[in-house]
Design a protein around this ligand. Structure first.
Ligand code: HEM
Length: 413
């Protein structure tokens, strides 16, 4: 059967309903990698677009930011009919580099190392009262609060507002899920409202920091200058938005996707407990395995050939990181969860010009969490079904009821 006929009988290449029902359609993507690695998708959500499923082409495209633009469309399937508001991730060269520089030092390995004690402390608080045998939603109790707390502190947002920040980011990055929408709203309306409310909130904080600067990201961005000029208010607000939105759902899903991987592979959990030196490679494998960002889009700036296909200026390419991270050309036994995998050239953080600004921070959060969890619990099991978010850009877990086994309680770590 030709691949086009086979596709008609399969879920769409990027299908929010399928992501919500079963997670990523790895069987289909494996077939595309083998038979049609640069495929023109003509129907289904987000169509038309080119689906890139192999590691090599995704790397190639990501390394040519002048030819393949992040603006105007970052999501292949999403609520992104809303007019672009010009966040860092939707910018292109040369503007992109100028804006990235403004905060890159705050996310450098050195700056992130300084946060280790505080992140370990936050993780310790979150895990402190994990009782043995008790069932709870791991997303609500651990995976969601950790990244919110960390970025909330870095920004300098008052603690009592973290929950509200969390709600706005859900509405921003997962407006396609009906649970995050108000009645009668379309995904685009939900997203636009969340942006408005978030902007109003940050506008006040920005004013406050201009009056009374502090050592935080709110102040850094409020006082920033690009080529000698102050940032326009809306540019500063868009910057806050991307800092809040980019790191929450993603890190949350690496955390819950990671625990799910360990629940499905208990021997890997026992090995991590016995060999703490494997922590770093285990974190990379969790990132590869979970790949929280399923895909981002690029738009061809000119007529160009990729993987033997002619792509016309203006056409959209879907970079399927979640497929690249199972590419048998790059990873030995890609469907095995190996916490000692080295090298591990996964694309969970993308590649090139837009490589995740928060990658070191996300790694720190993941290692602190799995390090302390491994000290505290002998294992974990699911106590109910895993519920997934209906979204086309993220592979996201909404609820994951678990029970920890042999929890050591407070004092461990
Ligand atoms: C496991 C967690 C995370 C994953 C999987 C992830 C993934 C990604 C991906 C795939 C990209 C885009 C790459 C591209 O377009 O080429 C990105 C960009 C970005 N990420 Fe992350 N991210 C994570 C955590 C974070 C955190 C904690 C922050 C903190 C603020 C953050 C901030 C950003 C920003 C600001 C960008 C845009 C960078 C640019 O356009 O130059 N991310 N991330």
């Amino acid at each position: 059967m030709a691949i086009s006929e086979a596709l008609a009988a399969e879920p769409a290449v990027i299908d929010p309903d399928e992501f919500a029902r079963r997670g990523y359609p790895h069987e289909l993507w494996s077939r595309l990698r083998a038979e049609a690695p640069v495929l023109r998708v003509e129907s289904g959500p987000g169509a038309p677009y080119w689906a890139l499923t192999r590691h090599a082409e995704i790397v190639e495209v990501s390394k040519r930011p002048e030819d393949f633009l992040n603006g105007p469309r970052l999501e292949v399937v999403g609520a992104a009919e809303a007019p672009g508001i010009g966040t860092l991730i939707s910018m292109d060269p040369p503007k992109h580099g100028l804006y990235r520089q403004l905060t890159s030092r705050a996310f450098s390995p050195r700056a992130i190392r300084a946060l280790v004690p505080r992140v370990e402390e936050i993780v310790g608080e979150l895990l402190a009262d994990l009782g043995d045998g008790e069932s709870f939603d791991f997303v609500a109790r651990v995976a969601a609060p950790l990244p919110i707390a960390v970025i909330g502190e870095m920004l300098g947002v008052p603690r009592e507002d973290w929950q509200q920040l969390f709600a706005w980011t859900n509405q921003t990055v997962a407006a396609t899920d009906p649970e995050f929408r108000r009645e009668g709203e379309s995904p685009a309306q939900t997203q636009a409202r969340a942006h408005r409310e978030l902007f109003a909130y940050f506008a006040e904080l920005r004013e406050a920091r201009l009056r009374e600067p502090r050592d935080d990201l709110l102040t850094l961005v409020a006082q920033a200058r690009v080529e000698g000029d102050e940032l326009e208010v809306v540019a500063a607000l868009a910057y806050y938005l991307i800092l809040v939105a980019a790191g929450n759902e993603t890190t949350r899903n690496a955390i819950s996707g990671g625990l799910l991987a360990f629940i499905d592979h208990p021997a890997a959990w026992q090995r991590l407990r016995a060999e703490p030196a494997l922590l770093d490679s285990a974190v990379e494998e969790v990132l590869r395995w979970s790949t929280p960002v399923a895909c981002f889009a690029r738009t061809a700036a000119r007529d160009v050939e990729v993987g033997g296909q002619q792509i016309a200026a203006g056409e959209v390419l879907a970079l399927l990181y979640a497929s690249a991270n199972r590419d048998e050309r790059v990873f030995q036994e890609p469907f095995e969860f190996r916490i000692d995998r080295r090298p591990n050239r996964h694309l969970a953080f993308g590649m090139g010009e837009h490589f995740c600004l928060g990658a070191h921070l996300a790694r720190l959060e993941l290692s602190a969490l799995f390090r302390q969890l491994a000290l505290r619990v002998e294992g974990a099991e699911l106590t109910g079904p895993v519920e997934r978010v209906r979204a086309g850009t993220l592979g996201a877990i909404k609820r994951m009821p678990v029970r920890t086994l042999g929890a050591a309680g407070e004092g461990a770590g």
